[in-house]
Design a protein around this ligand. Structure first.
Ligand SMILES: Nc1ncnc2c1ncn2[C@@H]1O[C@H](COP(=O)(O)OP(=O)(O)OP(=O)(O)O)[C@@H](O)[C@H]1O
Length: 276
């Protein structure tokens, strides 16, 4: 797609104000049922272009935070504003990727990546007329993540790491302002996981979308994020917002160096204490 067309699509929104946070949570609590709050009294802002990570013990409400952010759930109390608007239903400005790549087995890799364009406006209305531009864009994204040559492969022909790369392309094809990643690398082996950290770092640095990453991997959070939110046990509250003051661009080796290793150890100690 020509840069101008993309620019028009993304800046025509009067709500888009670079000086305003993209996401604002004000005293947000959510109770799924009578067992009480899953998350409680969360207040935070996410800047445009910021990369945040959520860490905490299992069941602390990390995925619940994601559902609230994307409008899949409404808070029981408190307010959520995304892109200047109170969230009252599912948002189209988000892209999502999960632990399982969830690629549709009957579609090629390229067609999987292009799927959101068939659903999300304004792309849906433009797709037929501008198909070639969109296809070129999908191919470019696949090339950036190292999947050039696999466009016409079926998902089962790809390794788990390659499928996850394709799933991240699918989450980004409609240029979401907010990329939600729920443990996207958890099922991968250690080397592939590190490779994909670097892929995500490079994509984010190039395209400057806003990221919310939920992870149990503290090294992953410290390597990728600007801010790490540490959650308490249920009901999940934010215990700490830790800025990661490690200069960018970050090399993978930095995860074995003292500043990052110290940060990981301190987060580990904190979460260990919360679990007890
Ligand atoms: N649809 C639901 N109905 C009722 N309770 C739910 C529902 N979804 C989640 N919960 C509960 O809310 C709490 C938070 O769940 P959530 O999945 O957000 O935690 P999490 O931190 O993402 O967990 P994990 O780290 O294990 O993936 C848990 O106690 C969970 O059992």
């Amino acid at each position: 797609m020509p840069a101008l067309a993309v620019e028009q699509m993304t800046t025509s929104n009067p709500q888009k104000r670079p000086d305003k946070p993209l996401v604002e949570f004000r005293n947000v609590s959510l109770a799924y049922d009578e067992t009480g709050n899953a998350i409680e009294d969360i207040t935070l802002n996410i800047r445009r272009g910021e990369f945040i990570a959520f860490v905490g013990p299992s069941g602390c409400g990390k995925s619940t935070f994601m559902k609230l952010c994307t409008g899949l759930r409404q808070p029981t109390s408190g307010g959520i504003v995304v892109n200047g608007k109170e969230v009252t239903g599912p948002l189209s400005i988000t892209g999502m990727a999960f632990q399982n790549s969830n690629l549709l087995p009957w579609r090629s890799v390229l067609k999987n990546v292009m799927l959101p364009l068939e659903i999300v406006e304004p792309h849906r209305s433009r797709l037929r007329k501008h198909y070639q531009e969109y296809e070129d864009k999908a191919r470019r994204l696949l090339a950036i993540v190292g999947l050039e040559g696999y466009e016409h492969s079926a998902p089962y022909e790809l390794s788990g790491g390659m499928q996850q790369r394709a799933s991240i392309c699918r989450a980004l094809i409609h240029e979401p302002e907010l990329l939600m990643l729920d443990e996207p690398f958890a099922a991968l082996d250690a080397f592939t996981r590190e490779e994909l950290w670097c892929m995500l770092r490079d994509l984010w640095q190039e395209q400057q979308f806003t990221v919310v990453l939920v992870t149990h991997d503290l090294r992953e959070a410290a390597f990728l994020a600007d801010t790490i939110y540490v959650m308490s046990k249920r009901p999940g509250r934010v215990l700490e917002a830790r800025s990661v003051d490690i200069p960018r661009p970050r090399a993978l080796e930095s995860t074995y160096e003292k500043p990052l290793a110290d940060l990981v150890l301190s987060l580990r100690t904190k979460i260990g204490a919360i679990r007890e």
